[in-house]
Design a protein around this ligand. Structure first.
Ligand code: GDP
Ligand code: IMO
Ligand code: MG
Length: 427
């Protein structure tokens, strides 16, 4: 009856899709527990690339039941398009299950997301403009529409009327925009999306527990990451859900005693898309090297990612927030060309050394990273399949990270392909 969580430990795009796909080999079910189509999870199998936004990353395996949990916010139009794209590539999506309790993203959520970002101007968060924040806000206000409402036109219309009672005046009086065309939404959502998604809509909490009761091993796939978490991230530069391991329980409907492992995933350096503090950010040619070599452009929005050195201070905080039992490091191969590699081991603020993250955001904005500098390996790692094939300097780098963070690194990514994970021995 165990459940394993895959959680991002930085600011997203660590390779959660790839790790989920790798671990899913041994599982029967993969549950996405939060976020929406702000996520972009990439899988590369036999050279073919799959970019998933809502469909869980286990979908490529015939033995996996992919589940979109209650904690996810779903734009049904995007989900339908994603299913169609996967089906066109020969992937059978018929096993997909969609929680009836998941909340819907409606067109005005996207409009409000974009309008709010525009209003913020130079202080904008750099959201993906997918309507994630406004959809979760409606959920918290208890005026949200849920996936199950697609199956009940009367309820759908009633709820839409209630929410538009406040949304329309906001659009008109605050943003000088036209009111929402409720009939157009009803037509698209009830007449087009509802019937197409009906076969997938299910009591996913029941299905998850049936699997656990049958002794099956399930995987809970996080989107976004620890420092984009609404409670624990660099607020307000965060997303509107709880990617941390605790969110996996609420977002899938299981209690914490079912969790047997929490696998944290981190890049061998750090990236961030959108605004917010980033202590180890690089503005020099090494930052450009990481962007170019790591192809650091958003999977979803195409935006250039900000890059920086690995931050062990953040990672120690991620260990605490998620109870990490092990770590997977991805993109070690991206550092192959560097003479030396740096790791931030502490922060300095007003002459004081800090080894844990300051709780006060104003301090985090001003800290200076304290680096340890290690020799590079100047060897291509992409062909490595076993630990002993990694050069000593790369192994030393991993050992240094482990020592800094205090949790074993069990897997190391050396390329985007499904098979490009080197497993490390359990000592
Ligand atoms: P996710 O959102 O956490 O699933 O990550 P993304 O898919 O947005 O971004 C990770 C990117 O890195 C994708 O393009 C992956 O194909 C790629 N990737 C994952 N692991 C590795 C690795 O070990 N090495 C290299 N070079 N690329 C990787
Ligand atoms: P995956 O799952 C990286 C960032 C956005 C923005 C902030 C809020 O692929 O790792 P939102 O649209 O969620 O309201 O935006 O969060 N963001 C991500 N950054 N990877 C993601 O997902 C992200 N999802 C949201 O860039 O800074
Ligand atoms: Mg991504």
């Amino acid at each position: 009856m165990p459940a394993t969580i895959v959680v991002g430990t930085q600011w997203g795009d660590e390779g959660k899709g790839k790790l989920t796909d790798t671990l899913a080999k041994e599982m029967t079910m993969v549950v996405r527990y939060q976020g929406g189509h702000n996520a972009g999870h990439t899988l590369v199998v036999n050279g073919e690339q799959f970019k998933l936004q809502l469909v869980p990353s286990g979908v490529l395996y015939a033995h996996i039941t992919p589940v979109i949990g209650n904690g996810v916010v779903v734009d049904p139009r995007v989900l339908i398009a994603e299913i169609a794209q996967l089906t066109a590539k020969g992937i059978d999506c018929s096993r997909l299950k969609l929680s009836g309790n998941a909340h819907l993203i409606l067109p005005y959520h996207q409009q409000l997301d974009a309008l709010h970002e525009r209003y913020l101007g130079k202080n904008s968060l750099g959201t993906t403009r997918r309507g994630i924040g406004p959809a979760y806000a409606d959920r918290a206000m208890r005026v949200g529409l849920r996936v199950q409402d697609l199956l009940d036109p009367k309820i759908f219309r009633e709820k839409l009327e209630v929410v538009l009672h406040t949304v329309n005046p906001i659009l008109a009086k605050v943003y000088n925009r036209l009111p929402v065309d409720a009939e157009a939404i009803c037509q698209e959502y009830l007449e087009v999306c509802g019937p197409q998604l009906a076969p997938y809509i299910a009591d996913t909490v029941g299905l998850v527990h049936d699997a656990l009761d049958a002794g099956e091993h399930i995987l809970l796939e996080g989107a976004q990451a620890t420092f984009l978490d609404l409670d624990h991230g660099t607020y307000p530069y965060v997303t509107s859900s709880n990617p941390v391991a605790g969110g996996a329980c609420t977002g899938s409907g299981i209690g914490p005693l079912h969790i047997s492992e929490v696998v944290g995933i981190a890049k061998a350096y750090v990236t961030r898309v959108g605004a917010g503090p980033f202590p180890t950010e690089l503005f020099d040619e090494i930052g450009d090297y990481l962007v170019d070599t790591g192809h650091e452009y958003g999977t979803n929005t195409g935006r250039r990612r900000r890059t920086g050195w690995f931050d062990a201070v953040m990672m120690r905080q991620a260990v605490r927030l998620n109870s990490l039992s092990e770590i997977a490091i991805t993109k070690l191969d991206v550092l192959d060309g560097l003479d030396t590699v740096k790791v931030c081991v502490a922060y300095e603020y007003e002459g004081e050394r800090m080894t844990s993250m300051p709780y006060h955001q104003s301090v985090l904005h001003k800290v200076k990273p304290v680096y340890a500098e290690l020799p590079g390996w100047k060897t291509a790692l992409t062909e490595a399949t076993e630990e002993h094939q990694l050069p000593p300097a790369a192994l030393d780098y991993l050992a240094f990270l482990e020592e800094q963070v205090g949790v074993p690194i069990r897997r190391v990514g050396v390329g985007p392909g499904r098979e490009q994970f080197v497993e490390r021995s359990r000592t």
